[in-house]
Design a protein around this ligand. Sequence first.
Ligand code: SAH
Ligand code: SF4
Ligand code: F3S
Length: 438
Amino acid sequence: MPKYFYITTYGCQMNVHESEKIAGILSELGFEPCNDINDSDIAVFNTCCIRENAENHAYGNIGMLKKLKEKNKNLIIAVGGCLTQQMGKADVLHKKFPYVDIIFGTHNLGNLKQLILKKQNQKKAVIEIEDSEGKICENERPLRTSYPNAWLNITYGCNNFCSYCIVPYVRGRERSRRSEDIIKEAEELVASGYKEITLLGQNVNSFANGTDDISFPELLNRIAAIDGKFRLRFMTSHPKDFSEELAKAIAASDKICKAVHLPVQSGSNAVLKAMNRKYTAEDYLKKVEILRRYVPDCAITTDLIVGFPNETDEDFEDTLKLVKQVGFASAFTFVYSRREGTVAANMDGQIPEDVSKSRIMKLIELVNSLTREQTVKYAGKSVEILCEDFDKKRGLYLGRDEYGRMAYFPSDKNVIGEFVNVKINSANGVSLTGEKVD
Ligand code: SAH
Ligand code: SF4
Ligand code: F3S
């Protein structure tokens, strides 16, 4: 009888990739993936705690498992990820959900196999939260789920301690993999048919900082030099470390996508200072200018936070101004969420919810109008799309161009994983629709 696993993932791409690693471990233990949690023998929740709603989302879903566990006593429920690594949260989870069998921290992923075997031999819950950072494992065998894209870690952890952010506390200090290991993994991915590689790190620009290894732009150059047609992307870039050398690398290679995610967070210097971002709005605009000098058509996307403690109407106006000035291709917008243990959590001047809400509505409106402005320019143009998926509801294939813009198109044959030229007929909203051309 086959045994099945089911994984629920919250949070960022880093977590999505970590779930692929968890899937790899489970399949080594003889489990197979299934699409319905009711059919599973082991259910893993890979959690996130970047904002309160991510945390609540996980609590809600884990809470609903009580009934399932009553029905199926043999079901193993495991909870891992950033939420469990937060100070004291593993105990909270254990008390709140005593039917959870395994609780493991972000630094305990490499040990998951042993934890499952341990649980199979004992009745009580297995809880392992390591304080010190896990070693970098080089023999992981992720069960990848995002073909034709493959995620590839280059750094783990973060040293920046932006005052609002929980990541440094739950992911530990920044550590980089060796470039030779990364390049080897990239070569294997290209050889096995992946058409897009996305390098992952909280701050990819500081790759190999303080070691004798090559710089991030040089790493990009070397991966781009691998034979074969594929796209290379990376995330996330911290503006303080974004260099001219990186802009040159993007310009010089047709494999490195002309799309940079450069989170600005705020356009106000007072807020940026309080956020400990280590750049001013002017510094940010300078980086954008450098990037556009070498890559004029680069799509720049960003993250923005509204309602940071003490943010005034003028501060918020500065954010709107900067967003217009840069003309972002798109942006993720967030209402500040107080995270226990961070520096900002103890700041006076927390902003009332209704003020934050009205600010974010204005910001979303502006961001959407910028996205629309750029989308309409696509009408009548042909773009090269890497086909990623088939949308059953719409009966259309979909994929992205190198700038990250999504396009839908019909096709008689399955073209997932292929580069196709698509002539855009309709360009409204955020996505494009068109037809295949030769
Ligand atoms: N390392 C990346 C992003 C990590 S988190 C970087 O530095 O850019 C992704 C985004 O979540 C951040 O860019 C930020 O905009 C948002 N974020 C992080 N902590 C937050 C908080 N406490 N409240 C609201 N948004 C937050
Ligand atoms: Fe968080 Fe800042 Fe690190 Fe990004 S750079 S993960 S926002 S502390
Ligand atoms: Fe990612 Fe959430 Fe952790 S954004 S690093 S999964 S807190």
